[in-house]
Design a protein around this ligand. Sequence first.
Ligand SMILES: Cc1cc2nc3c(=O)[nH]c(=O)nc-3n(C[C@H](O)[C@H](O)[C@H](O)COP(=O)(O)OP(=O)(O)OC[C@H]3O[C@@H](n4cnc5c(N)ncnc54)[C@H](O)[C@@H]3O)c2cc1C
Length: 503
Amino acid sequence: MYDVIVIGAGFGGLACAANLAKHGKKVLMLEKVSHIGGTSYIFKRDGYYFPMGPLSFSSPKVVLKILRTIGVDKLPRFIRNQFRLVAPGLDIIYSQPLQELRTQLKALFKEETRGIDAFFDELELLNLAVSDLDIWNPEYTIKKTSDERELDPGSGKKFQLLKKYSRVLAKEVLEKYIQERSLQNFLGTQGTYPPRMSMVLLAIMWRLVSEVGIWFPSGGIHGIPETLYDVFLKWGGEAHLSTPIKEIMIDNGRVRGVMTAKGDVFEAAWVVSNADYKKTFLELIQVQNVPKDFLEVVKTRPYFGSELCVYLGVDPQKVKLDMLGAQHLFYRKMVKSEAEFDLTDFDNREIEIYLLSQNAPDTTPPEKASLILRVGFPYEFFEDWRLGEKKRKKGYLDFKRRLAEKLMKTAETLLPGLASAIEIMEIATPLTYQDWGQRFLGSIAGWSWAAEDSQEFPKKMLIETPIQNLLMVGIYSAAELFLGGVPTAMYTGYLASQTILTN
Ligand SMILES: Cc1cc2nc3c(=O)[nH]c(=O)nc-3n(C[C@H](O)[C@H](O)[C@H](O)COP(=O)(O)OP(=O)(O)OC[C@H]3O[C@@H](n4cnc5c(N)ncnc54)[C@H](O)[C@@H]3O)c2cc1C
């Protein structure tokens, strides 16, 4: 009998397990695949190392605080990443403080000066309200007393402001203040598509990218899960890799333990699931154990989409990479009418070009460089190619290669010579993220950018579940962007461990 069983060794599971082990709990961690780190893992091709999922992340202070608390003494250092948008009519580095961005935009769009000021005034008001959500906002904590009436007056005001603006569409605010469509789209998405978010989600996004920053850790993103795993083992934790869980066992509304795919049963007072909430409640728990209204939200709430990703090892002598001017460059070559939209017309889509080797020069062979091209894609576009786990119809490799080559053609209009500089290429699709990353339909997170997808759980934090002593951790246990991917996963893991320790 264990104190706690943790299903999954991603950022969330590891942070939770390591803190519990540190406090003397008897913890068993069971991971489906043969490695730890979940999607934050690295793979090797011909001397190049590539990250499988996350490329950089926000809120490094939160990450460092949790690592310190868990007892990690060798902490990573962080490099701040720059974000640039190149699109018809706009070329801007936007990962800069809001005040500076406001000034720069007013210089670029002189006739919109008043509207820009009005929009930034509202955004900065909200920026104050969305800061330190993990500290003051009862929606993001697990305190038993999450009653807004108990907030101090300052926090109460912020809470009311967020409530009001969560129902306000960014599009409507922007249309009120700004005439120029490309500027509306940029301020409402940091890109070129029409805004679909609420003002609150938009304010969180601007805060993370402009004020808090997006960063890359020394040792790579996978280095942090590796450190957490070492600490977990050091504190006496037990882990079994290549051990998929088939069922979370429940007796009278309370968790009892888990059953592995091989039929082994492990019992524990608590179970923590690092699998996403759809997998946890629709696949691992027998349906009669889940309250109907909760199950309905789990079923209907859409996840963040997926992407096509092309990993490239390149010879930097043959392509001018300093043209990029930032680690993350978002590029849209042209903007056609909405009626002409086609997912594979990459000239008319926003693509990301990420210069991995600038963040991590030690991940390439000497004198080489590495790039990652990404473009959002729905799972449905690829699903017919999937015959089963890691099984594809004949022709899939050619299909994805043709897409990758088309994507490179678009990137080449910005980076002349790219095609001739390529030394190796690897391609991931939503099917890859599903089967190798264990992500539900290849998804990136458990929430949607669109304000209309607002099927709501009772709280923004989904750590506590309707099943007694079953907790959820990881990026999917926050119903909003919150601190950004990796820090949210770690924060939820840490918070779940505190729930158990203080119970
Ligand atoms: C393509 C892509 C790009 C991304 N880019 C970024 C980015 O740039 N920045 C960022 O911050 N975040 C990004 N994310 C999100 C990112 O993956 C997370 O921030 C981080 O990896 C989340 O960790 P986690 O603990 O939530 O889950 P995961 O990494 O998903 O880990 C969950 C673990 O649970 C295991 N598991 C699942 N089911 C079972 C089972 N039945 N039995 C046993 N084990 C099981 C899985 O194998 C996995 O190891 C990206 C995600 C994807 C898919």
